[in-house]
Design a protein around this ligand. Structure first.
Ligand code: C2E
Ligand code: MG
Ligand code: MG
Ligand code: MG
Length: 299
């Protein structure tokens, strides 16, 4: 019956539209809607970056931020990245979207630096397709040139899964990225399946402890042990370590006691639109300077 339905849709001259059969579930329908809306989103300027502060535990100051994409669609509303990033990967849109993210994040960071907000670092997430794209290195260089941002003020977040298909190629790419001068971090560290040996072979700067471990620090002894071990592992390898998803004072205390370098999470702030981030940044770092901020090394 699907064939007949498709045929009548064609007869109606609507063959350039996606046709839904009753058998297609809601998820598949939503996927089709997201795909076609996504194809127009860049030119319609529907993406925006939100910024989540990254706090240095020794000084209590905001030293950087992670740029997180948001998609505001007129009908679909705010579509979270989890619902469209993988779609964008599948239909080949992640490369231009990723380039937009990188450019916007660097221009914004440079604008904040020019406004006297400090030598901030901005982190952007890289997807698998972008990692394999032949334009990646040129894009990074071009964006740094255009924005005038120091390479060491840009951090690229990678996930372990990116390395798995071709380790030799990955090592080469990472070295080429390091040659440009950007920082490299491993996002969601601890959730991937790759071997630890890559840590010593790859020119990585930062480990980001996955939120799933941080969430249970104060409730689950083995997660607490894992987090402490990751911090030690990072430091033994001369890497810096940041915990993501920190929501409570107790979690923060644990991380500080175990020598974690930085933190990111709702405890300090959700990801914010640029203007709100800027206000938070000014206020927070002023308080940190005045040493009234509780997050500044109380121990
Ligand atoms: P991620 O890179 O691990 O980003 C952290 C996610 O955790 C963000 O979700 C952030 O809002 C959320 N988060 C931060 N602190 C807390 C906390 O204290 N509690 C809880 N419950 N959540 C917290 P978001 O923004 O929805 O992004 C989800 C994922 O989508 C990201 O995970 C990243 O993998 C991907 N993503 C976001 N922006 C981009 C982008 O520009 N490019 C690519 N390729 N992927 C992106
Ligand atoms: Mg990330
Ligand atoms: Mg993460
Ligand atoms: Mg995560």
């Amino acid at each position: 019956h699907a064939d007949i339905a498709m045929y009548s849709a064609k007869k109606l001259g609507r063959n350039n539209f996606q046709f839904y059969t009753p058998a297609m579930n809601d998820e598949a329908q939503e996927r089709v809607r997201i795909e076609s809306a996504l194809r127009k989103a860049l030119e319609r300027d529907e993406f925006v970056l939100h910024y989540q502060p990254q706090v240095d535990l020794a000084s209590g100051k905001i030293v950087g931020m992670e740029a997180l994409i948001r998609w505001q669609h007129p009908e679909l509303g705010m579509v979270p990245p989890m619902r469209f990033i993988s779609v964008a990967e599948d239909i080949g849109l992640i490369v231009p979207i990723g380039a937009w993210v990188m450019r916007t994040a660097c221009l914004q960071n440079r604008a904040w630096q020019d406004a006297g907000m400090g030598h901030l670092r901005v982190a952007v997430n890289l997807s698998a397709r972008q990692f394999g794209s032949p334009d990646l290195l040129d894009n990074i260089s071009a964006v740094l040139d255009e924005s005038g941002l120091d390479a060491n003020c840009l951090e690229i977040e990678l996930t372990e899964s990116l390395f798995m298909s071709d380790v030799t190629l990955a090592v080469e790419l990472l070295h080429n990225m390091k040659a440009i001068g950007v920082n490299l971090s491993i996002d969601d560290f601890g959730t991937g399946y790759s071997s630890l040996s890559y840590l010593s072979r790859f020119p990585i700067d930062v480990l980001k402890i996955d939120r799933s471990f941080v969430t249970n620090i104060t409730r689950d002894a083995s997660d607490a042990a894992l987090v402490a071990s990751i911090i030690n592992l990072a430091h033994n390898l001369k890497l810096s370590v940041i915990a993501e998803g920190v929501e409570t004072e107790e979690q923060l205390d644990y991380l500080r006691r175990h020598g974690c370098d930085e933190m990111q999470g709702y405890y300090v702030s959700r990801p914010l639109p640029a203007l709100e981030f800027e206000l938070l940044l000014r206020e927070h770092n002023q308080l940190a300077d005045d040493k009234i901020l509780l997050t500044a090394g109380a121990n």
